[in-house]
Design a protein around this ligand. Structure first.
Ligand SMILES: [Zn+2]
Length: 321
């Protein structure tokens, strides 16, 4: 069965259809997921499995895997994603467009076989260094969307990323609020304060909204500052999988996780990238599933012929708003 990503679900058209509840929305998704025909791109070729098996472990080549944080709060992101899914399914596209709420969504098909990795919500001690080591090992670029408060607390980590040949630094607000829940004045402060602390190293003027949730006023402010809004094509959904690498049914539906991948975060990411044939990939520094699997994810995708590019690359400019 083919992977059904959120954007795909939206495209297949739910336009004009109305659901009165989350249950209704999820039922629709279930129907859509079971209705999608199989495609050749969903299964990793045998050669990828061989490559993955032969890949050196990150613990010997990219430093020691950091201990998983005791508690990563995923409740907020789960809540906001469900609200978004419900709004997407119950509101017509024109109304949503006028509201500017989901400016981060990218309607364009990603560049074929090209990937831009992005890591949100850092910097974090040990974790940032670990990810940098994996990028260096594979010589692949990535962008770190950092939170202003954490930049202030960990300038040494910012310096490490800045000095890396493989990473860009970008803006992810000052304190990571949901912009749909705070007044315009606060939104403005979140953007301007984070810009003040990060402008010297946010060399490509990139901004990503927390949870991808935008507003017309903030979009306008970012444009006036010359900042580009960065969304994603592929959500790794590292936040949806638990510490054992499993995902419950509700999150599986909202993330488009195939039944056979509900206990396999690695295969979910690989099949999601295959389903989109590349694009901007959203991951988080703070989620252990990403840390545990990043080395193998990159190994597998390289073996599958994907090329990793920076968001600064010309090919990715048209996906930034
Ligand atoms: Zn975030």
């Amino acid at each position: 069965m083919a992977f059904l990503g959120y954007n795909n679900a939206q495209k297949i058209t739910l336009r004009g259809m109305r659901c009165t509840s989350i249950v209704g929305a999820l039922s629709l998704l279930t129907l859509l997921i079971t209705a999608i025909p199989a495609s050749a791109g969903d299964t990793a070729p045998e050669t990828n499995k061989n490559s993955a098996a032969a890949a050196p472990s990150p613990s010997t080549n990219a430093g020691t895997l950091p201990a998983s944080p005791d508690k990563v709060d995923t409740a907020q992101i789960k809540k906001h994603r469900m609200v978004k899914l419900t709004e997407r399914l119950t509101t017509d596209e024109e109304t949503l467009k006028k509201s500017c709420r989901y400016e981060s969504d990218i309607p364009l098909t990603p560049p074929a076989k090209e990937i831009a990795l992005t890591f949100d919500d850092g910097p974090e001690p040990i974790q940032t260094e670990y990810i940098l080591a994996i990028l260096k090992k594979h010589r692949v670029p990535a962008t770190f969307f950092m939170i202003g408060e954490k930049i202030q607390t960990h300038p040494e980590l910012v310096k490490l990323v800045q000095e890396s040949d493989y990473a860009l630094i970008a803006n992810h607000s000052w304190s990571h609020p949901n912009f749909h829940d705070i007044p315009v004045e606060e939104q403005s402060l979140e953007i301007q304060k984070s810009n003040a602390i990060s402008e010297t190293f946010n060399t490509h003027q990139l901004f990503r909204y927390p949870y991808g949730n935008a507003s017309c006023e903030s979009n306008q402010l970012l444009k006036s500052m010359g900042q580009k809004i960065v969304g994603w094509h592929v959500d790794s959904c590292d936040w949806a999988f638990d510490h054992k690498g499993s995902v419950d049914l509700k999150e599986a539906l909202s993330c488009g996780v195939l039944a056979q991948n509900r206990k396999n975060y690695l295969e979910h990411v690989i099949s999601s990238v295959h389903a989109h044939n590349g694009g901007i990939v959203l991951m988080h520094e703070i989620h252990p599933n990403t840390l545990k699997n990043l080395d193998e994810i990159i190994t597998r995708l390289l073996a599958d012929g994907y090329v990793f590019k920076s968001l600064a690359d010309d090919h990715f400019q048209k996906y930034l708003k």
